[in-house]
Ligand binder design. Structure first.
Ligand SMILES: Cc1cc2nc3c(=O)[nH]c(=O)nc-3n(C[C@H](O)[C@H](O)[C@H](O)COP(=O)(O)O)c2cc1C
Length: 227
């Protein structure tokens, strides 16, 4: 895969044009500018095998991989939130808690269901919201989180609004500037193949840089471009 660098302009995160710098080989410059010890956990709100949102998350992950370690959270086996089964902690719950705790940042990529969040994602967030530390906080407290989505005509804006409300209430460090909302057309639905417009790619690159900034990765940032 051919790659080029995207540099954060001196003016910071003011717009897509400012963060798209000169083409530089990420393999050579990236090594110096990246923070290999940092990690991002991708969370996909669709469990569908051919999910378009999963494809979107993979595109975002490919950008980040030039800078940080990236992994995907697998949570299909989470039980429904039920306070009767919170103790002893079910193994899948402990596993997702540990994964979130270990990550320096989260990137949620989700479809919109009925102008809200998919139930599986809300269920995950409800589990993650539970207090686990002595001071009564959860693994989400202060965690840098950004979000994107691929959906129909709303471009997932209702899902984003719902996510913001939930994440903010949980005390996460929510990065809500310009979330990437990809408009799915008939072709995407019929082929299950995600095609990104140039503005979507620019938006993903901007989001990647904003997330890395919140995670304390020093500027200037160098990432791979979205392909
Ligand atoms: C139950 C259900 C409800 C949906 N509601 C909406 C909606 O309110 N707004 C919207 O733009 N898309 C809606 N969609 C479409 C999804 O946002 C999304 O485009 C689609 O499920 C593809 O996501 P995936 O390929 O990642 O699974 C809905 C889909 C489902 C299955």
């Amino acid at each position: 895969m051919e790659s080029k660098a995207v540099e954060m302009g001196k003016g910071g995160a003011g717009g897509g044009a400012e963060v798209r710098g000169a083409a530089v080989d990420a393999e050579t410059r990236g090594a110096a500018a990246c923070a290999a010890e940092k990690s991002v956990l991708m969370v996909v709100g669709s469990l569908r095998a051919r999910s378009l949102n999963r494809q979107l998350a993979e595109r975002a992950a490919a950008v980040l991989r030039g800078c940080v370690r990236v992994s995907f959270l697998e949570y299909a086996d989470l039980p429904h939130m039920n306070q009767d089964v919170e103790v002893p902690v079910p193994e899948p719950v402990q596993r997702v808690r540990d994964a979130v705790e270990a990550a320096d940042g989260l990137w949620i990529v989700t479809p919109e269901y009925n102008h809200g969040l998919p139930g599986v994602l809300k269920n995950l967030l409800d589990w993650l919201s539970r207090p686990v530390y002595a001071d009564g906080t959860s693994v989400m407290r202060g965690k840098p989180v950004t979000y994107s989505g691929a959906a129909g005509s709303s471009q997932a804006r209702y899902a984003f609004a719902s996510l913001w409300t939930t994440l903010d209430f949980m005390g996460a460090d929510v990065i809500d500037v310009m979330p990437t909302g990809v408009l799915l057309d008939r072709r995407a639905y019929s082929t299950d193949r995600l095609v990104l417009a140039e503005r979507d790619r620019e938006s993903l690159e901007l989001q990647a840089n904003l997330l890395l900034m919140h995670m304390g990765v020093p500027r200037p940032l160098v990432c791979r471009s979205v392909t």
